[in-house]
Design a protein around this ligand. Structure first.
Ligand code: CIZ
Ligand code: SF4
Length: 319
């Protein structure tokens, strides 16, 4: 414990010395989220992380999250230095959407507007017309649908299918999934509901349709936090990464949060629902990169210029 306290103090000192700010995702370790809050950084979803990093005056952004979040920060602020506690933290959606295959898929469907999720590489973003996060996916696709556009959606098929069902838009899906959200099980939630009949079910739309069908509320991480505060229920079954429990417990301390089961019938699971890549961000590698300046994120400048267009479109749309 003393060692960890010393590490935290070291990180705080280095953030000041290096003119750096910590930008952390809701899914990272509670210790990292707490540090970001204590040091004037940001704890949020990928949309707000992108906006915060772009608008902050610090010369260095330290992004605690996964690779696409560091890349997005660099694309939006090419003049800043972007560091990550680890460069190994990726995402199954990013891995499942390699640029060559994706670009060929787009070429086969030139009549469609290309909308990609933020959880993609810089090259995939550069090929897209729009980038969206789960906070604004419905609004953007609703807007495009109202303009009469047909959509090519990548990479998350569950989120894309949800957006298609909700908006009625013509959406062609890429076949990708999040390894964390895809594991939530409808039967497990039904079983939990017997134990907690008054609980509200809050579901992130990267989950399968059978799980979304049981939800009292479907939305992004930020929308889930707001619903937890606003819904009258005293208990909440939550289908997203359990890193979010830090913020839920902080902002809504009088309610009980229960992680949605990821295994089959009857089994509750308290050790999973945690992204293995997000979990690679820790106090020791955070302190190490601040000290050494290593793990800098680079994006090919030409790709960056291309990818900045749909990212800026996203941030302007959300504003
Ligand atoms: O599942 C993710 O990685 C999410 C929810 C990203 C985001 O938009 O914050
Ligand atoms: Fe990717 Fe899922 Fe991890 Fe988010 S939780 S970074 S979508 S694998």
């Amino acid at each position: 414990a003393e060692e960890r306290a010393a590490l935290r103090e070291k990180i705080k000192r280095l953030l000041i010395e290096r003119n750096a700010v910590l930008v952390a995702h809701y899914y990272t370790d509670p210790e990292i989220q707490a540090l970001a809050e204590e040091t004037g950084g940001c704890v949020s979803d990928s949309l707000e992380m992108a906006r915060f990093g772009r608008d902050h005056a610090a010369a260095t952004l330290v992004v605690a999250g996964v690779k696409f979040m560091g890349e997005t920060a660099k694309i939006l602020s090419p003049e800043k230095r972007v560091l990550m506690p680890t460069l190994e933290a990726t995402c199954s959606l990013d891995i499942g959407c390699p640029i060559d295959e994706f670009s060929a898929f787009c070429d086969e469907h030139p009549d469609r507007t290309v909308v990609v999720y933020a959880n993609t590489s810089a090259a995939v973003k550069a090929r897209a017309d729009w980038v969206v996060t789960s906070s604004i996916a419905l609004d953007v696709v609703d807007y495009l649908d109202s303009e009469g556009e047909k959509i090519l959606w990548a990479p998350d098929k569950h989120l894309g299918d949800y957006v298609r069902r909700e908006t009625g838009a013509d959406v062609l899906l890429w076949d990708g999934a999040c390894i964390v959200h895809e594991e939530f099980k409808a039967q497990g939630i039904l079983d939990l509901k017997k134990v907690y009949p008054d609980a509200a079910v809050l579901v992130h739309p990267e989950s399968p349709a059978s799980v979304v069908a049981l939800a009292d509320m479907v939305g992004s991480t930020t929308q889930i936090i707001n619903a937890a505060r606003d819904l009258p229920n005293k208990q909440m079954i939550v289908a997203t990464d359990q890193g979010i429990f830090y913020k839920l417990q902080q902002l809504v301390p009088d309610k009980e949060f229960i992680i949605a089961p990821t295994a089959g019938s009857g089994a509750t699971c308290r050790s999973c629902a945690n992204c293995p890549w997000m979990a690679m961000n820790a106090l020791d590698n955070l302190a190490a990169v601040l000290e050494s300046g290593s793990n800098e994120v680079f994006v090919d400048p030409e790709l960056g210029v291309q990818a900045m267009k749909p990212l800026t479109r996203m941030l302007d749309f959300a504003a």
